[in-house]
Design a protein. Structure first.
Length: 245
């Protein structure tokens, strides 16, 4: 596995917000890795050995009950990090995180992250601001799953995925989308067909292409904009910290 370069590291927004000196100190600890679909990055109830900084693709944070039923509570992409419990002081997590849309990222030993965060206040603050943004997403997604129509939720989910991938087309099966939305595949088919008839997306052989971004935003519930604004606000705060403002 190759070490990360400054260019690759800056593809992740947390790392991009750090002062150059702090980022340079992290680079030897960061390994570039492929993130194939279904790869588990954070196991439920297992000690966290590594954290991941995605640069492309989408990871899904899933809460699972003892019965085996699961529900997605957040998505993570190039704006964030997988493995926050390691930074916050916990050795394990109560939720699982796995790759749903393949991409790339960087891996770091959890112990190395804690060591650097203890020394570098800018890294610690950036991770705390990201934690706040992720908590907002989890809270809003929980309300969204409870109160909003499936078509609105699907549009929100597609927009969040589109924000985190390169280009307008990404791999996504009915099975995965149904799991993310907590509905049957038949319902996913109906919703996808509705969005396709409206000219918003094209769905073909396990791949979705966003055709009309503005139309998809109009079709989504307000949760998308609320979450996006909070991430933008806190990312700006990370950058101000890095510049010393």
């Amino acid at each position: 596995m190759a070490s990360a370069s400054p260019r690759i590291a800056r593809s992740n927004r947390i790392l991009a917000a750090l002062p150059r000196k702090v980022l340079d100190g992290l680079l030897p600890e960061l390994e570039v890795v492929d993130l194939p679909v279904r790869r588990v990055l954070q196991h439920r109830g297992r000690k966290l050995e590594h954290v991941f900084f995605p640069t492309s693709g989408v990871a899904s944070m899933v809460s699972m009950g003892d019965s085996g039923a699961s529900v997605e509570v957040a998505t993570i992409g190039c704006e964030g990090m997988v493995g926050l419990p390691a930074f916050l002081g916990g050795e394990s997590a109560a939720v699982e995180v796995f790759i749903q849309v393949p991409g790339e990222g960087m891996r770091m030993h959890a112990s190395a992250l804690r060591r650097h965060a203890e020394r570098e206040s800018s890294l610690s603050r950036a991770l705390l601001l990201y934690t706040q943004a992720l908590m907002t997403q989890i809270a809003q997604a929980s309300a969204c799953n409870q109160y909003h129509a499936i078509a609105d939720r699907c549009a929100r989910w597609l927009l969040q995925t589109h924000d985190r991938v390169k280009g307008d087309t990404f791999a996504l099966t009915h099975e995965f989308l149904g799991l993310m939305l907590g509905v049957r595949r038949a319902t996913v088919t109906q919703v996808a067909q509705r969005l396709q008839r409206g000219g918003l997306i094209r769905y073909h052989r396990g791949a979705i292409t966003v055709l009309n971004r503005g139309g998809l935003e109009n079709a989504a519930c307000d949760c998308y904009q609320l979450i996006a604004r909070e991430y933008a606000r806190l990312t700006a705060a990370m950058k101000r910290t890095a510049s010393g403002d």
